[in-house]
Write a protein that binds this ligand. Sequence first.
Ligand SMILES: Cc1cc2nc3c(=O)[nH]c(=O)nc-3n(C[C@H](O)[C@H](O)[C@H](O)COP(=O)(O)OP(=O)(O)OC[C@H]3O[C@@H](n4cnc5c(N)ncnc54)[C@H](O)[C@@H]3O)c2cc1C
Ligand SMILES: NC(=O)c1ccc[n+]([C@@H]2O[C@H](COP(=O)([O-])OP(=O)(O)OC[C@H]3O[C@@H](n4cnc5c(N)ncnc54)[C@H](O)[C@@H]3O)[C@@H](O)[C@H]2O)c1
Length: 462
Amino acid sequence: MTQDFDAIIVGAGQAGPSLAARLTAAGMKTALVERKLFGGTCVNTGCMPTKTLVASAYAAHLARRGADFGIVPAGPVTIDMKRVKARADTVSTKARTNVETWLRGMDGLTVIEGHARFEGPDTLRVGDTLLTAPRIFLNVGGRASVPDMPGVGTVDFLTNTSILQLDAVPRHLVVVGGSYIGLEFAQMHRRFGAEVTVVEKGPRLIGREDEDVSDAIRDILAAEGIAVRTDATCIGFKPHADGVAVDVDCTSGEPTVVGSHVLLAVGRRPNTDDLGLDAAGVKRDARGYIEVDDSLATNVPGIWALGDCNGRGAFTHTAYNDYEIVAANLLDGASRRVSARIPGYALYIDPPLGRVGMTEAEARRSGRNLLVSKRPMTRVGRAIEKDETKGFMKIVADQDTKRILGAAILGTGGDEAIHGILDMMNAGADYPTLQWAVPIHPTVSELIPTMLGDLRPVGREG
Ligand SMILES: Cc1cc2nc3c(=O)[nH]c(=O)nc-3n(C[C@H](O)[C@H](O)[C@H](O)COP(=O)(O)OP(=O)(O)OC[C@H]3O[C@@H](n4cnc5c(N)ncnc54)[C@H](O)[C@@H]3O)c2cc1C
Ligand SMILES: NC(=O)c1ccc[n+]([C@@H]2O[C@H](COP(=O)([O-])OP(=O)(O)OC[C@H]3O[C@@H](n4cnc5c(N)ncnc54)[C@H](O)[C@@H]3O)[C@@H](O)[C@H]2O)c1
């Protein structure tokens, strides 16, 4: 059977559903194909369950710290991991149901469950059905990457998906990969009561960030009793009576760590290998990401790629912004470009890291005349009042243009406070403009104008 549409969307992640709403509202007969869970990674195995778990872990941490605030707990803090898991499941399930209900009730949209694969540039097969359309939008996302590390096939390991099924606290969780996914799970499980070791092949955690950020995060995690093994260039796995033996024969420390559980958090790979892209002539890069231009169009006219599968972003908000770009260009006559996007994101350890724009290292490499201001959270009233004074804030600006180039707020409320800077950068305002804002007291954000007053010149690199 062949069904003809004006538009087909593959994937109900962060871009697909909203795009379906715009296309159908514009009168296009649209099909949306989803092979697994409506809402995709963020809703089911990414942001939503993990941030719900992070909130439970924070509650446990604060409860243990009760005495610091004059609150005397009735007894020791215990973790009911079944209820912790149930809470995360409920949040995910509600969100997934909402997306699915919305899509199924959308006028002009045909929802098709199944795996879509190209048979030609305007034709996709889902089971026995052929779907055709002059416009095809790929929002197929990604999955955990499982590299062919020595012994990986001989042991049980967890990914960001399977670890969500744990309803008991692991005795010893070994987290391989010291970046976003690894660090969020490492800290939450430590706070749930597990022994935790993070194994990172690079010389430092979260290696894309500035060294001072990496160092501060390592200190924060170490203070909670998380063991961190960096420079682990020779990681391997062996079955062990107590779980899994992980070779971390690094430059120092014990050569092997035995964990009851191992989480692989070593990056993601796009879901583009089983999409039949060759049949449509759509180009992928060496890592499998679909190649797109600045408007997210692929090399084949009438096919666009949005979200994690295009390699231009790896976050929910970048996937959603991809939808906004494509919809605005197609339906509103706009000419929006992905290169205009200012990168921003947060790492949800506690305290969180809010980030926008360039790191200081990137700014130095750019050869500009730089101004930098840095302030420890021990000098932020709001943090002192909350007794959450770990971390620091840093802003980097261009001395000549007076534009803010980037910022990092590693500290309580950092994921929210960073938006004051992100919004100003997005508005194209210079830093003296932000300096004149009258922020609310007591907040973390109120120190941003003060920091701008403390900007000092620093040298360039190289
Ligand atoms: C543990 C974890 C925590 C995260 N936390 C955050 C966070 O706090 N903040 C943040 O911004 N980002 C976070 N992310 C990243 C975020 O989840 C992703 O960037 C986002 O979900 C990408 O959305 P997407 O629409 O590109 O793809 P996805 O959400 O992955 O959706 C793709 C959909 O396409 C479907 N699909 C794939 N192939 C086919 C096919 N051939 N046929 C039919 N359907 C198909 C899939 O089943 C899936 O439903 C996290 C990710 C992980 C793994
Ligand atoms: N808070 C958030 O917004 C959030 C949270 C989780 C995930 N995410 C998204 O998910 C993506 C994937 O996250 P991730 O942490 O899996 O990947 P990542 O690419 O950010 O980091 C992978 C880490 O694993 C290390 N690594 C790679 N191969 C290794 C090996 N063989 N042995 C040991 N270490 C190894 C790398 O050096 C790196 O530190 C991120 O890019 C991010 O966009 C976002």
